[in-house]
Design a protein around this ligand. Structure first.
Ligand SMILES: [Fe+2]
Length: 357
């Protein structure tokens, strides 16, 4: 009914009319109760249930009549007040576009992150959009769904042996969902191609110097409407390192990243010094921070086209927004450091050791 209200508004100056119908209780098969109703002598037949819809579609009586509501006897009934709320109708319309993937989420406004401390970009890979599209296709078809069974099993045993129940639980979730995002993909030539991208390496070398150590990487798949980490946090990865040297993280968009599916951050310039820790995530070790609404108002979304990337530091306060773009988001995060920095022995990379880029 809300969509009727919105469609009436949108089609105002056309010959198209839009009306809502209540078919009555129809002996259809949409729930078990509907299916049973036939045997209990309740409701009306599907043929009779089509009556009001057919009336609206065919009757000349309704020429030019729009925004009304008819019952199964084709009698007009008043629309409930809430169904005529144009603001609510508009909201539902916009959300429906998002949920169904019809919303044009691409915005032409590129944000230049150089103005903020903590994140810089966007930069473009040397790989062009067609190459990226091809790589993305291969990732979905071949890389993400294939867990190396034996390694998984050994890994699970190791976690249990070491009483790392959080890690074991996460691994079981991954096995159950058949989604493997972490690190096991560097053996794939497709992903390796991205890691070796000339422009990417040049940017990294500008910051870290000649020798680049890739010590961790994550392939992230964010399915529509599934939430990632909605709490503001800084990543705990530096805790896994020791030694003196710089670190940097690269976030590469393989599909479009926008304000409906990506992550947002608080530019360092807006950060107040003493943000208290609300809690620590038992799984990732990330500190969730107490961020006031006022501070959160300064947050900036990361918006990238496929093949674009940003660089960000470990101190970046960020959170992942829910994916309401209607489309799957795929991204690759590379965590890179200098050879003077060591990965602590208590950190077990899933399937890969650090590699020199
Ligand atoms: Fe994070």
């Amino acid at each position: 009914m809300l969509l009727t209200t919105e469609l009436v508004r949108q089609l105002e100056n056309t010959n198209v009319t839009v009306n809502a119908v209540h078919p009555g209780f129809v002996q259809s098969n949409i729930t078990i109760w509907h299916s049973l109703s036939k045997y209990l002598g309740l409701g009306i037949s599907p043929e009779k249930g089509a009556n009001s819809a057919l009336f609206c579609a065919q009757s000349s009586q309704l020429k030019g009549i729009s925004g009304k509501f008819f019952d199964s006897q084709t009698q007009e009934i008043p629309l409930p007040k809430i169904a005529t709320d144009i603001h609510l109708a508009k909201q539902l319309w916009e959300r429906s576009l998002l949920w169904s993937g019809c919303q044009k989420t691409t915005t032409n406004d590129t944000i230049n992150y150089d103005n903020y401390s903590g994140i810089s970009g966007p930069y473009s890979l040397k790989l062009d959009s067609q190459e990226i599209a091809q790589i993305t296709k291969t990732i979905f078809a071949e890389i993400l769904p294939k867990p190396p069974g034996k390694l998984l099993f050994l890994r699970l045993l190791k976690f249990l042996w070491k009483l790392k129940f959080g890690s074991a639980f996460l691994l079981l979730v991954q096995i159950w969902k058949q989604e493997f995002h972490m690190e096991r993909h560097l053996d794939s030539p497709e992903i390796w191609k991205i890691c070796q991208d000339e422009k990417l390496l040049a940017k990294l070398q500008e910051y870290l110097g000649e020798k680049l150590v890739l010590w961790r990487s994550e392939l992230w798949v964010n399915y529509p409407a599934k939430q990632l980490i909605p709490l503001w946090h800084t990543d705990s990865y530096p805790k896994l390192l020791s030694g003196v040297g710089k670190t940097i993280n690269i976030y590469i968009a393989l599909t479009e990243v926008n304000k409906f599916n990506g992550f947002e951050f608080i530019p360092n310039i807006h950060k107040s010094n003493n943000l208290s820790i609300k809690m620590t995530d038992p799984f990732s070790g990330n500190d969730f921070l107490e961020v006031t609404e006022k501070l959160a108002e300064n947050s900036v979304p990361v918006i990238l086209k496929p093949g674009q990337f940003v660089m960000f530091t470990d101190e970046l306060i960020h959170r992942s927004v829910c994916n309401t773009s209607g489309k799957i988001r795929l991204s690759l995060t590379l965590r890179v450091t200098q050879p003077t920095v060591e990965v602590l022995p208590n950190y077990n990379p899933n399937y890969q050791q650090s590699v020199l880029l």
